[in-house]
Design a protein around this ligand. Structure first.
Ligand code: GCU
Length: 604
């Protein structure tokens, strides 16, 4: 059985250590998309991954042909093979599986994806990388029978060097995707959003020269708005290389020498910068040139800082007129993933009068942040450290740190991002504080040029709303969620609510709101009517105006979104109805309440 022996030999080749540091700015690189139809196999018992003793095929010495990543075919009528990708159905990539098939709506488990592709590397010295925008939740990636690696985390990008494995014809790429929730995961087992599984963002091949620009940071130097600084990171440097950072509109041409794969820092004076802002979202063409390539990016320059109770954008106090957004196209009832989806969501926010959006509760796809850069929409970006995370678990902390690293690495050159958020509504405890403080410190090692916050909670004592979460000491902005009029408290008295916020820092209401079924009308005393939601907004806005140091808000939420926790028949039917817009794209009365408030908002 030569074939089987060969197969074993193939498997015996240890998966080459080919996981790579994240390649950034893929939108402007030499890429080939692998988006489209992929065959898939539903595998709830992970039959294609474990043998009957529950031992993983890809970690054993003697494998057989039931490991799905072999995509094994045989003409031997006797041989037992119990899967066949090419005879299996297909799913669209990118896209969650839940919205593509009725039978997958609630599916949580493993689905195997398979894509065949041809690729001729254009120059033998070039290298080829396989890039995933995101896979929710755990991805195990195999190419031509070799395991490339495992990625954990459903909302951040990753890539592998496949130069030594890819063939000109009939490459077979297999991805095992598992979206099962678990206590130690990030997010943990309980969330108020749909657990969309799948290869949910773009998949692309990236061809690069032998030595290439992997990553860079090009931003204003902290505390100095006339110096541009950062670093350039080359990959596979073999000799000293000259690298030039040029910004023609600013007459900048800065050349540095790089002889290692480390981050090499630079700084250069810059005059007459047109600073990025919501009113004037100026993006400069920035070119990074080496002997082998010229890479372009579009980068805005701005300062963001806090001073006492104020948030200063380019030195001027700013009020964050925001709204929270989930990464979902409501009309498709599916994960949003492309520029068209981003346009729908951010144009609604623009129409609402926003200059700011909270991208909840996880990093959104790159189309969202690139479009926010272009539209002049400031962004709060967050990792899914949400609710009852396993704060005492070291692996959970490392997972959260890795997701934070991947999010910051991808987006650190986007002027629109002004806040990195560490968490949402996590229950205070010593373990939780240690966990979040670790994340704060980790963030600062990567990016000391943005503000740090987290959505905290309030508590009520003797009729006073109190914010004294210890984490407030470590955050630049004290943000908290409050639901007066929905999860308790009197709407009628809301404008007279008393607040005691322990910190003299900018305050942002990261969530408030209430549910309404679009088209259901009644009195302000009837929950779920548009009138109730409208009154809730009216009363909350009157209250918020009186909160000391209030510097912004991101009410919950722009548009109704799917959640397995929202079960009220006829009203919810699996949708969280706190949207200002329905899942059919119809605006509710409260949309216009908030729009009027923002359009008339005066702030100095
Ligand atoms: C919480 C939570 C949201 C949730 C919302 C709600 O504040 O942060 O994720 O959807 O409340 O109850 O609708």
């Amino acid at each position: 059985m030569i074939r089987l022996f060969f197969l074993k030999l193939l498997i015996l080749i240890p998966s080459i250590g080919i996981a790579q540091g994240l390649i950034t700015n893929t939108i402007n690189r030499n890429t080939t998309t692998l988006n489209g139809t992929w065959h898939y196999i539903i595998d709830p018992y992970e039959t294609g991954y474990y043998n009957y003793r529950y031992e993983p095929y890809d970690e054993q010495v003697n494998n057989d042909n039931r490991a799905f990543y072999n995509n094994y075919h045989t003409d031997d009528k006797l041989e037992l093979v119990e899967y066949d990708f090419d005879k299996s159905p297909t799913l669209l990539v990118p896209g969650d599986w839940n919205s593509q098939s009725e039978s997958l709506l609630y599916y949580e488990g493993t689905i195997w994806y398979k894509k065949s592709f041809d690729y001729q590397i254009s120059n033998p010295s070039n290298r080829l990388f396989l890039y995933f925008g995101a896979v929710n939740y755990k991805a195990e990636v195999y190419l031509n029978g070799h395991k490339l690696g495992t990625h954990i985390g459903g909302f951040t990008a990753f890539n592998y060097d496949i130069s030594s494995i890819v063939k000109p014809k009939n490459n077979y790429l297999v991805v095992k995707v598992d979206n099962k929730r678990s206590k130690e995961a990030v997010p943990t087992i309980n969330t108020d959003w749909w657990n969309y599984g799948g290869i949910t963002r773009d998949v692309k091949l990236i061809e690069e020269p032998q030595s290439f620009i992997q990553d860079y940071s090009i931003q204003l130097k902290k505390g100095n708005n006339s110096i541009i600084s950062g670093f350039v990171k080359l990959n596979n440097v073999s000799k000293k290389e000259k690298v030039t950072i040029s910004i023609p509109e600013l007459n900048i041409n800065k050349t540095i020498e790089i002889s290692t794969n480390n981050d090499i820092e630079f700084e250069v004076k810059a005059k007459n910068i047109q600073y990025w802002s919501p009113e004037s979202p100026k993006l400069y063409a920035v070119y990074i040139k080496t002997d082998y390539q010229t890479l372009e990016d579009q980068i805005g320059f701005r300062t963001i800082e806090v001073k006492g109770p104020k948030i200063l954008l380019n030195g001027n106090p700013v009020f964050l007129k925001g709204i929270s957004i989930h990464e979902e196209n409501p009309m498709r009832a599916a994960r949003a993933f492309n520029e068209a989806d981003a346009l729908v969501l951010l144009n609604w926010a623009k129409e609402l009068g926003c200059n700011y959006v909270r991208l909840a509760h996880y990093p959104h796809n790159e189309h969202m942040v690139r479009l926010a850069d272009q539209l002049g929409m400031m962004v709060w970006e967050e990792i899914p450290v949400y609710w009852t995370i396993d704060f005492k678990n070291e692996n959970t902390l490392n997972n959260a740190k890795n997701q934070l690293t991947e999010a910051i690495t991808r987006d650190k050159n986007r002027a629109c991002i002004i806040i990195w958020s560490m968490a949402n509504e996590t229950p205070p405890s010593d373990a939780r504080n240690k966990f979040l403080i670790d994340l704060v410190n980790h963030t600062k090692t990567f990016d000391n040029n943005r503000l740090i916050s987290a959505a905290l909670e309030t508590h009520n004592k003797d009729g006073v709303q109190i914010v004294d979460d210890k984490m407030g000491e470590y955050l630049d902005i004290v943000a908290f969620n409050q639901y007066i009029g929905w999860y308790g408290g009197s709407l009628e008295n809301a404008p007279n609510a008393k607040w005691d916020i322990k910190y003299n820092k900018p305050v942002v209401i990261s969530e408030f709101g209430g549910g309404a079924l679009q088209g259901l009308h009644g009195t302000i005393a009837e929950r779920w009517t548009e009138e109730y939601q409208e009154y809730l907004y009216q009363q909350n806005l009157k209250m918020i105006d009186k909160i000391p140091n209030i510097s912004g808000m991101s009410p919950w939420i722009l548009v109704d979104f799917k959640s397995p926790k929202r079960l009220l028949p006829i009203i919810q039917d699996g949708w969280n109805r706190k949207g200002l817009i329905s899942n059919n794209g119809i605006k509710k009365k409260a949309f216009y309440t908030l729009q009027e408030y923002y359009n008339n908002k005066k702030y100095e």
